[in-house]
Design a protein around this ligand. Structure first.
Ligand code: SF4
Ligand code: SF4
Length: 91
């Protein structure tokens, strides 16, 4: 069984403080340098979803509870059947 994780960020509630970026051990998240949310902050975004190990440190440190980590499971490569929805950023 292959375990994957969806990192879901509510960008409109993000204040761009960067705490989640600083604690992620796998550099999955970065602050956007391309656009601001409607509050005027550069929101965090997922840039390497395949690297997430599901440690939840980003979600834990976020002062505004903006991030959710969802575990999803994939069947082994022989069956290639998806057990749960592992599409990235589906939120
Ligand atoms: S759960 Fe861990 S590895 Fe995944 S994005 Fe958050 S801090 Fe990074
Ligand atoms: S810790 Fe929360 S508020 Fe701060 S940048 Fe990350 S998601 Fe946004």
């Amino acid at each position: 069984m292959i375990r994957k994780y969806n990192v879901m960020i509510d960008v409109e509630r993000c204040k761009g403080c960067g705490l989640c970026v600083s604690v992620c051990p796998k550099r999955v998240i970065e602050l956007s340098n391309e656009h601001l949310n409607t509050k005027g902050y550069p929101p965090s975004r997922v840039i390497r979803p395949e690297e997430c190990i599901g440690c939840t440190m980003c979600a834990t440190i976020c002062p505004d509870l903006v991030i959710e980590i969802e575990e999803c499971l994939l069947e082994d490569e022989k069956t290639d059947r998806i057990e749960q929805d592992c599409s990235p950023n589906k939120a």
